[in-house]
Every structure is written in C-alpha cells, then in structure tokens.
Design a protein around this ligand. Structure first.
Ligand code: T1G
Length: 694
C-alpha cells in the first residue's frame, strides 16, 4: 500500500491497481484528495503489473463533492477538472466503485472514469444547485451525454439524489455490485481489461445530444414549466445555460462556458447564503449542553393522542420511517375520521404515482387506532396533538403519566403554550418536551423542539435524532409564548394589520412579501390556514384586531369558506381582492382615527421584516434560541423564508444592522415604542458587529 497523500493510497490487487480515498467524514475533494487521486492514477498507469484501475473510497461514502469549507479560499492545484482529465485520458480502464452518496464533484469524478459500478444502496446526484452554484467540473457537459438533455436538466436543476438502480437504468452506472464493492469492482475492471473493452470517454460521446440539437425549444419549455419553482433563484438558470452549452458547443468550449457560469454564481450573494444555510442546518443539530455521545432512548413505537389534522400528519411521519403508531381519539367516530384522512392522503399520493400501493399498505399496516389511552402504555414516545387548551392538555398529560411505561417520552405538539407547565402536570418532567410540528405536519420539514427547564439531555438528544429519522429538520428552542417562529411571525402579522389600516392595499402587502421570496404573503397565508385559528387564539388572550375580527365575525375564515381577506371563486384557490374587505378596512381606519395614505413597497417590506429581526434579537438575548443561525433554519423550513437569502438573521447582517437600527428609530418616531431596538441589536450596532459574530 503506497500513501500518495495523507488522504489517498494506492495498492495493486493482482492486475488491478486500487486507489483508495480516505478522508472522513465524506471524502470531500479537498486539495489533498484531488492531488492524491491524480497521483494515484499516474502511479497505476506507470505500474506495469496492472492492466486496470479502480477508484474506491473508505468510510461511509464515495466522494460527496467538493470540500465546501474550501469555497471562497484561493483555489489550489490540482483543479478538479484537471484530475478528471487525467483519469479520462488514462491509457488503462478506470472504474469508479460507488457506495453511499456520489454527489457533486464526486459524481463528476466518477463520470471522468471510463466505467462506474455501485452497490444498490448507493445514490448519485449533482446537488450543487442547492448550494446556489452548478456542477463546476464537467457535470453539466458529461451528464447530458450519458442520460440525455431532458433528464440532465431535471437532475441538475433539482439536485436530486438518484438511487443506484435508477442510475443503472439511465446508463449512469454500468453494473450493480452484490457483496463486497471493492472485490466486485476489481472483478469488473479485470473483465473490462480482459475483454479489451473501450476506454469510454464521455466527453467524446455526442449521440445523446442529438435530440436537443434538433429541438432547441426543449430549454425554453423547461424554463416555462419550472418558472414557479425556480422563482427568485439564480442557479437553475445558469444550470440550464451550461447544459445548452453542452449541446451547442464542442466539449472544451462547453467546459469553459460551464466554468464562467459557475464562477458567476460562486461570487454571488445567493451562493454564499445557501452555503451558509447548508452548515447552519447541520449546526442546529448540536445542542451546546447536550454531549454528542449522550445515550439515546430507542424509539421502536409511537403513540399519538388526537387524530385530527395535526395528529394524523404527525402519525404519517412515523409510519413512513417504519415506526408503528397507535393513534387515540376520544370517540370511534373521530377515530374513524382521522384514520380515513390518513388513508386518503396516501391514496391520493398513490394515484399521483408518487407512492406505490405496496408502500401505502406497509405504512397503513403499522397504524393502529384506539379510543383507549391505556393502549399507549408500551409506547416509547407519546405525542399529544389535541385542542390548544392548557387545562385539557394538563389533564391528558396527567393521565399519560399514569399509563405510560417508565422512560417513555411525553411530548406535546402545542404551538404556543407553556411546556414547563405541562411538564409539571406529570411526575416525569424530565421526560416531557415540546415537539412543535408545522402544518401540514407530514409535509413541512421543520420541527421546533421545545426544552423545558427540566427536559433531560437524553430526551433532547433522542428527539433531535428522532427528528432526522422521521425526515424533519430539528431546532431546539426554549419556552416562551410562540417559541421562536410564531413569536416572530406575530410581529410581522401585527405590522401587516397596521399597514392596511394606514393605507397599504392588502394585496400589495402580500405582493411585496411574495416578491421578496415567500411562498405567499401574510393575508393569503391566513386565508389558507384559516382565519378562525388566529381569531380563537386572540379570543383566548382577550386581544382584538379590528379587521381580522370583523372578517371572522362575517364567517370569512378563508379558502375553507370561500371568502376571507380575499374572495375565492368556487373551486378556485386564486385570491381576488374583495370590495367588502376594503370597506371593512376603511371603516376600521376611520374608527381608529387613522388618515390613510400611500405606503411604498420599501416601507411595507421594512415594517414587515425588521420587527421580526428585532424580536429575534430579544429571543437570542433571552436564550430561547441557541444561535442566530438556528433562527434562520426555523424560518426557512417553517415559514418558507427564501433559502437564497439565508434566513432573517443572515439577511439582517447582509442589510447591515446599523441600517436596520436607524430605520427602526425613524419608525419609532412615527409609530411609537413598539419600534424600540432590542438591547442586543443596539449593542451589536455600537460594536460594529453582526449576528454572525455572536
Ligand atoms: N464539504 C465539506 N463538508 C461536508 C460536505 C462537503 N461537501 N458534505 C458534508 N460535509 C460535512 C457536514 O458539514 C458534516 O460535518 C458531515 O460532513 C456529515 O454531513 C465541483 C463545486 C453527503 C448526503 O452538496 O448532502 O461538489 O457537522 O451531517 O446527513 O461541481 O452531507 O459532522 O462537522 O450532512 O449523512 C456538492 C453535501 C458540493 C453534498 C451526508 N456536494 N453533503 O449526509 O451527514 S459542491 C454536496 C450532503 C461540488 C463540484 C461542486 C450530506 C451527505 P459535521 P451530514 P448526512
């Protein structure tokens, strides 16, 4: 075994030279890995005892891409394109042996090999678009030459991870290996050499480009079809342009075009924001006072109290992770309704071809309904998802405390109530935690995990790991009214309500936030979620909101009643401004003695976003959120904050806290003390720092 670099070794196995990359955690293409692969190829080509070469990786995965931590630093030779060219021009067949995930530069490296083999559990992908960039080492040029332009467009602009069997069908993988991957790869390489198979250089294959050459409209059709999905993002368009280059230019020029488009994105703000977010999402998994090796509780079964919209959605996450669920309702009728909603959800997905009937049957086989809380006695975790009322929740937790086995976690899905108080209703407060799912619970990826003063490290660590297992992105928060997300959302909502009284058109407030990058504005979102939800919470708190209350008193609960802030034609979800609501707003303004005026888009945006940032500063000061980047994770995954802006805290740093601070002082002079900057914001401004410096 010869060490080529600290991360790459070379060894002849009979007549096959094996290059092994070993650079934990994911064999990312750092400078040492790139140099090692290039040196390994040169060593194998020079080794007369070998007639073929295998490129393999140690550890959990094949190369998972360029080393993102190197971005922004001066490039160091060898460039990945040069390493790939060395492989592709090798005079002996080079076979990539893929396990885990061959992603980004990892797959581009494999595409520079003459052949690729993989175990069935492997996945391949070009997810650079999720980092705000594009495959910058030939991926946009080689992939269309293997799978065709249409598939390459879908593959590269979605960043999807494709299972190896599918990649095999698409011609991306030459053989699926059963048993030991390296042995299988060596055997395959021997066969290639023995049979004198060609050294396949993908860069020289052009037949798969012909169809697009004859039908250049394929690109604009793809742009049109995906316009909504790509809205606001810069990277997808550059991906499409790079693939157009593959079709219209010779390979070397196409590679040059790809590099130009890559460099343009890499230098841009969106790429920086999306790469920041990549690490922020992973950082959110880490809880400073919970050691990484904290023992976990083994969650083999789950219980859910409440089979309503939230309970049913929560159940689906566990079923899809293969965890049996017992779901309990108070009556057979409510239970049957809840079970049929879950079944209906899956059936709809099956009919859309997004789920097999076999998988649906498997999920449903793991679901048990009951009207008896006693049936939860053996569950490892029980999640309560019932009516948002403290007395009712405390009563249920008292019962669960008596019924459930020792060591079972008792979680509440409350979106605002005091989880400390709920924990105190049990004899096991250290096993009580908030698991705040976002509606629809089987779709939204954010899981706000609410620690109480007594929640144990084991329970926190278990629930953070469980979140990933059920496909959620967790963020640990503390107890306060609305936790992090909803507490900030309330500030945006207050300003939106104030702005329409002052003269901003309701649809303009929504348009400004939609154009900022949110999926929809606050009023359209309220109509979607149901205006009665907020109405009940305000009534519970004894607070009023003139316009929102007035429309609810008219039964205008939103899309579910056909009218809300907007009018909806029967069967349509398209919001239409409604003169009735305009009259309600004008009357409420008159009653409040407000002289209405024109309100600029700039003022709308600042007055909706800045109070959220100010509230986030208070949340950080109070220790309700561990770090500013956790708040960004919460807002991107919980509320659709545009990921290409990184999140509210990153956006605040990008705008400059001093600018925000000065604008807030202006708004304070006009609108009063609610605009007083948070002490942390003031301190950071005085110190010339940003939230990133915390
Ligand atoms: N570079 C550096 N570190 C990385 C990394 C990368 N590419 N990928 C993961 N890590 C770290 C991560 O921060 C974490 O660190 C640890 O590895 C485990 O990751 C030229 C320019 C591979 C599917 O976008 O999708 O190639 O927190 O917690 O859930 O065209 O990591 O332990 O300190 O996510 O099992 C393209 C990104 C790069 C793949 C594994 N590649 N990574 O998921 O573990 S751009 C990607 C992932 C590129 C070329 C372009 C996932 C994973 P720590 P993890 P996981």
């Amino acid at each position: 075994m010869t060490a080529i670099t600290d991360f790459v070794s070379y060894e002849a196995h009979g007549t096959v030279g094996v290059i092994t990359v070993d650079s934990p955690p994911v064999n990312a293409l750092s400078q040492g890995v790139r140099a090692g692969i290039q040196g390994g190829i040169e060593a194998a080509v020079a080794d007369d005892s070998v007639t073929a070469i295998v490129l393999a990786c140690a550890g959990r995965t094949f190369i998972a891409g360029a080393d993102i931590t190197e971005f922004g630093k001066p490039p160091k030779a060898p460039a990945l394109n040069d390493v790939i060219a060395t492989m592709e021009s090798a005079t002996k067949p080079v076979v990539a042996a893929i396990h885990g995930t061959a992603l980004g530069g990892g797959l581009e490296t494999a595409l520079g090999c003459h052949y690729r083999v993989a175990v069935a559990s492997a996945k391949v992908g070009l997810p650079e678009v999720k980092l705000g960039i594009l495959p910058g080492a030939g991926g946009t040029q080689r992939l269309p030459r293997v799978v065709g332009v249409q598939k390459a467009l879908e593959f590269i602009t979605s960043g999807v991870h494709v299972p190896a069997p599918q990649a095999f069908e698409a011609g991306l993988i030459d053989e699926l290996i059963e048993g030991d991957l390296t042995e299988g790869a060596i055997a395959f390489a021997k066969k290639v050499a023995a049979e004198g198979r060609p050294l396949v250089k993908i860069s020289e294959q052009n037949d798969k480009l012909e169809e697009a050459k004859k039908n250049p409209a394929i690109f604009d059709e793809f742009r049109k079809k995906n316009a909504r999905k790509f809205r606001g993002f810069e990277a997808p368009e550059n991906c499409i342009k790079a693939i157009e280059g593959a079709v219209n230019l010779p390979f070397p020029e196409g590679l040059k075009r790809e590099r130009e488009l890559f460099s343009e994105l890499l230098a841009g703000e969106q790429a920086k924001a999306q790469q920041y977010f990549f690490f922020s999402e992973r950082l959110a998994n880490k809880i400073p006072d919970v050691p990484k090796d904290t023992p976990l509780i083994d969650i083999k079964t789950a219980g859910i109290v409440g089979a309503g919209t939230m309970g049913g959605g929560i159940a689906m996450n566990f079923l899809q992770a293969g965890i049996p669920v017992t779901i309990v309702e108070t009556s057979q009728e409510a239970l049957d309704k809840g079970l049929s909603v879950i079944k209906g959800n899956y059936s709809a997905t099956v009919s859309k071809g997004r789920l097999t009937q076999e998988k649906m049957d498997k999920y449903m086989s793991l679901l048990t309904g009951s009207t008896n809380l006693e049936d939860l006695k053996d569950a490892d975790i029980v999640i309560e998802a019932i009516f948002e009322n403290m007395d009712v929740k405390k009563e249920v937790f008292g019962k669960l405390d008596k019924i459930c086995k020792q060591g079972a976690i008792l979680a509440t899905n409350t979106s605002t109530l005091d989880v400390d108080e709920i924990g105190e209703a049990t004899s096991r407060p250290e096993y009580v935690i908030g698991l705040h799912f976002f509606s629809p619970a089987n779709v939204m990826r954010l899981l706000e995990e609410v620690r109480t003063k007594k929640t144990s490290p084991t329970v926190m660590a278990t629930c953070m790991a469980l979140a990933k297992k059920i496909g959620k992105v967790p963020a640990m928060v503390g107890v306060c009214d609305g936790f992090v997300g909803n507490r900030m959302l309330a500030k945006r909502g207050d300003q939106a309500a104030q702005l329409i009284l002052e003269g901003a058109k309701l649809e303009d407030v929504d348009r400004v936030l939609y154009d900022f990058g949110f999926p929809m504005g606050p009023f359209a979102m309220s109509d979607l979620a149901g205006n009665d939800v907020g109405w009940r919470i305000r009534q519970g708190r004894g607070v009023t909101s003139p316009v929102a209350d007035a429309i609810c008193e008219l039964g205008r609960f939103g899309q579910k009643t056909g009218d809300g802030y907007y009018h909806y034609e029967k069967g349509s979800r398209t919001p239409q401004p409604d003169p009735i609501v305009e009259e309600i707003i004008v009357k409420a303004a008159r009653d409040a003695g407000i002289n209405r005026r024109e309100v600029s888009d700039e003022e709308i945006l600042k007055r909706c976003i800045y109070p959220m940032i100010n509230e986030a500063a208070k949340i950080l000061e109070e220790g309700i959120a561990t770090r500013a980047s956790d708040i960004d994770v919460i807002w991107v995954y919980g509320y659709g904050w545009p990921i290409y802006r990184g999140g509210p805290m990153r956006y605040a740093d990008h705008i400059g806290l001093e600018n925000i601070y000065n604008d807030m002082l202006k708004f304070k002079a006009e609108h009063g003390d609610e605009w007083t900057p948070a002490p942390l914001l003031e301190r950071l401004v005085k110190e010339g720092k940003g939230f990133k410096d915390l």
